[in-house]
Ligand binder design. Structure first.
Ligand code: MG
Length: 345
């Protein structure tokens, strides 16, 4: 019975994930792998149940004790694996739980995190991985890149070298596809010690350029929510993104979302100074602005620093350069679905 329930439940998760635009098939494949492992655990549990239950014979009692220990270990293994699946499914935004088993403190914290933000006159939205998906495409390109350079090293080492090259180039090249493509080429020359062939370089450049033509399809709930805010006529709406001007403008145009925004600001980096400039452009004070985004480092921390509010919507994957330590703040709200913005604004 438990096995049937588990199969139906996990099968349901995988089915739902296929229905979604993102986090795409990759997440579903990972869930399938996890499910197979859970299924094996269940099979072990089932087989252990077939041992005799009662006997006074010493041999059977010993056997029963050993079986019980194995049974308990298998049960814990099963529960740990199941928990991993549920956490992964939640983080991937494949499913949203209608209930949560938490301590009272955490429940109160969550209630607090859904309190409405007050005094807001303008909402600024990050673009990449907030309005549309991007990081997963970069990761796919990086994976293909490592395969092209497989003869010069392991994927892990080439990726680590690429991270280092990107970090060094950041100050001069900034963020975006062009900067990424230059780093891909520079790193290919570096890891191959100058031996990489011209035709491989050409393939690497094509890989980088493929990122300039993504469809920038709005993530789930984005368009509906923006339409609601537009209809309210209560807030000024802005896109506040970093990256390359032409690339970001093109993505916004391809997304079809440009009609919802009063202001579009593209900057080389989201510093507190840039947030102050955005406030001036929107004609609001910092405490009348709320910044919505997936990156705690670029969207949340600097906005809170100038006295604005912030709403964090984590994406299922984060660029290594955007990882930072998170903290709590009275003006910070955390949500898992874009539509939940309507509950706090
Ligand atoms: Mg982002």
């Amino acid at each position: 019975m438990a096995r049937l329930f588990s199969s139906l439940f996990l099968g349901g998760i995988i089915f739902i994930s296929y229905k979604k635009e993102y986090p795409c098939k990759k997440a579903a494949y990972k869930l399938s792998d996890m499910y197979t492992s859970v299924d094996m655990r269940l099979t072990n549990l089932y087989s252990l149940k077939t041992y005799p239950k009662y006997s006074n014979d010493f041999y059977y009692i010993s056997k029963r004790v050993v079986c019980t220990v194995f049974h308990i270990v298998a049960l814990f293994e099963f529960l740990a694996k199941l928990r991993k699946i549920l956490v992964y499914a939640k983080e991937s935004r494949i499913i949203c739980f209608p209930f949560r088993i938490k301590t009272l403190t955490l429940q109160l914290k969550e209630m607090k995190s859904m309190e409405k933000l007050k005094n807001v006159k303008a909402i600024a939205f990050d673009a990449d991985d907030t309005l549309w998906a991007l990081q997963n495409y970069f990761e796919d390109v990086e994976h293909e890149y490592c395969e092209l350079l497989a003869e010069y090293g392991k994927e892990k080492d080439i990726s680590a070298a690429l991270f280092e090259t990107e970090s060094k180039n950041m100050a001069d090249l900034g963020y975006g596809c062009k900067a990424f493509t230059i780093s891909l080429v520079e790193n290919a020359v570096k890891v191959s010690h100058g031996k990489v062939e011209a035709n491989v370089i050409a393939q690497i450049v094509d890989l980088g350029k493929s990122l300039l033509h993504l469809d920038a399809k709005p993530l789930e709930g984005v368009e509906k929510t923006l339409a609601c805010f537009r209809e309210m006529k209560k807030y000024k709406l802005a896109v506040f993104t970093k990256g390359e001007l032409m690339d970001q403008e093109n993505k916004l145009w391809r997304s079809g979302l440009q009609r919802y925004f009063d202001v579009v600001t593209i900057v080389s980096d989201k510093t507190p100074k840039a947030y102050h400039r955005l406030c001036r452009e929107l004609d609001v004070t910092p405490d009348e602005l709320v910044m919505v985004g997936n990156s705690f480092k670029s969207d949340i921390a600097p906005a809170l620093k100038i006295g604005a509010s912030a709403v964090h919507i984590p994406f299922h994957t984060t660029w290594a350069h955007e990882k930072t330590e998170e903290f709590e703040h009275p003006k910070l709200r955390r949500i898992s679905r874009f539509e939940e913005l309507l509950d706090i604004l």
